[in-house]
Design a protein around this ligand. Structure first.
Ligand code: IMP
Length: 427
């Protein structure tokens, strides 16, 4: 079979959860490879409605193995809570495995995320305050603690003592808050270790074995390409790579093993948190999209900023990821608009450009150049065949394909597992 990466093409929240849930019906292995519990995947399926932050959405496929890869940072309390909730609702979680190389989110990471945001004052990033940035910073600074360390209490104690001494100096001397007691943190993480031990494995080998059996492997993205710390709107980004490139490192897999990369894009744009968003609509159309689509963060409940589809950003993220196909989600939200707009270029300091700039200062000055397309005046939620979509909806999709130079494989017209239109085959 093959390996398919499912990647957010915008600023996250594109509906990857639904797409993974759908494709996982055919897959044997599903791997989360980046981020942490800053992600929030909403899934509506025959088990009910779920909001998952860490457990791969593939957990709903009864025969699939799910892996939280080495590239994810794990808050054990959140993971255990998620496992308990899934178990209570009849979902088998014995098929979930956690890489022994995945780093842990510690209580000081969460504290520092909040303290750092407050100290940034007007320059705050608008993080989810889940400790993601500080945990990834510690990974690179070689001050991290990994899930594998939970399996040996002596190793854990020695590591924690060394790191907590240093963190407590930061907490007390820089931020003037109380230190964290070693015995309390140690006791808590020992209990987490006992609970999670049956799930902790060397998962890269499991993945290699699955590939040698020619199984279908899905790499489940979190966040979106424009939040990538290298290629996104830095510094208004997350701290791990949500790109196809990031999926190799975060899952523990060679790039040559990936056969397809699906870019998931909403039919419009949203962003949550601070940072530039050229097509943001601060008017009644933006409010209408937010209300109609319930655009509020799954993890933080914050209202999402809404705007028209940005094809400059989409072309950039398609190229940087090498998408082989696109999934357009939430097309039904655009039902009933008389006119639709797509941003086809930017005006920057009096010049036209179709390049997505590296500098946020430049991106903030970019004025969108719009192309107008006629809307469709009917509900499309019941439609399952591409040819039955109104001509205006097909024109809209065709224009997205032209502007991104990438074929659209799948269109989602509602949140349910069956509310889709296959335009061209994915497999
Ligand atoms: P962090 O990942 O919590 O550090 O937040 C950094 C930025 O990424 C903030 O603007 C967040 O709102 C944004 N972000 C992080 N995770 C997600 C997500 O799953 N969806 C959308 N935005 C996200």
């Amino acid at each position: 079979m093959s390996t398919i990466a499912i990647i957010g093409g915008q600023w996250g929240d594109e509906g990857k959860g639904k797409v993974v849930d759908l494709l996982a019906q055919e897959a044997q292995v599903i791997v989360r490879f980046s981020g942490g519990d800053n992600a929030g995947h909403t899934v509506i399926n025959p088990y009910g409605e779920f909001k998952l932050h860490l457990v791969p959405v593939g957990i709903f496929s009864p025969h699939a193995v799910c892996i939280i890869g080495n590239g994810v940072v794990i808050n054990p309390a959140v993971l255990i809570d998620e496992l308990d909730q899934l178990n209570q609702r009849g979902v088998d979680t014995t098929r979930l495995f956690i890489s022994d190389r995945a780093h842990l989110i510690m209580p000081y990471h969460i504290l520092l995320d909040g303290l750092e945001e407050e100290s940034r004052a007007g320059k705050a990033i608008g993080t989810t305050r889940r400790g993601i940035g500080p945990a990834f910073a510690d990974k690179v600074a070689r001050l991290g603690i990994r899930t594998g360390d939970l399996l040996d209490e002596e190793v854990l104690l020695e590591r924690l003592r060394f790191i907590l001494d240093y963190k407590n100096i930061m907490l007390t001397k820089i931020y003037g808050v109380s230190p964290l007691p070693l015995d309390e943190v140690y006791g808590k993480y020992c209990r987490y270790g006992e609970r999670l031990a049956p799930h902790i494995r060397e998962t890269a080998t499991m993945l290699e074995e699955a590939l040698s059996r020619e199984e279908l492997v899905l790499l489940e993205g979190a966040q979106g390409a424009l939040l990538d710390p290298d290629f996104g709107t830095y510094p208004y980004t997350t701290s791990s790579s949500p790109l196809v490139g990031g999926s190799c490192l975060g899952a523990g897999l060679s790039p040559f093993r990936i056969n397809r990369a699906l870019g998931v894009f909403k039919a419009y744009c949203t962003r949550v948190g601070a940072g530039p968003m050229p097509t943001e609509l601060k008017d009644e159309i933006g409010d209408l999209i937010r209300d109609r689509a319930h655009e509020y963060g799954t993890t933080t409940g914050r209202p999402r900023r809404c705007g028209w589809f940005d094809a400059v950003a989409a072309r950039f993220s398609t190229r940087i990821n090498g998408f082989t196909g696109i999934v357009v989600t939430r097309l039904d939200i655009l039902d009933g608009f008389a006119q639709l707009k797509i941003c086809v270029g930017y005006e920057l300091d009096g010049d036209k450009t179709d390049y997505f700039p590296a500098s946020v200062a430049a991106l903030e000055r970019c004025q969108p150049i719009y192309e107008e397309l006629p809307g469709w005046q009917a509900s499309i939620r019941h439609i399952r065949q591409y040819e039955q979509l109104p001509i205006e909806a097909r024109q809209y999709i065709a224009r997205l394909e032209e502007l991104t130079s990438c074929p659209v494989n799948l269109i989602c017209v509602g949140p349910g597992r069956e509310e889709n239109i296959y335009k061209t085959p994915i497999f």
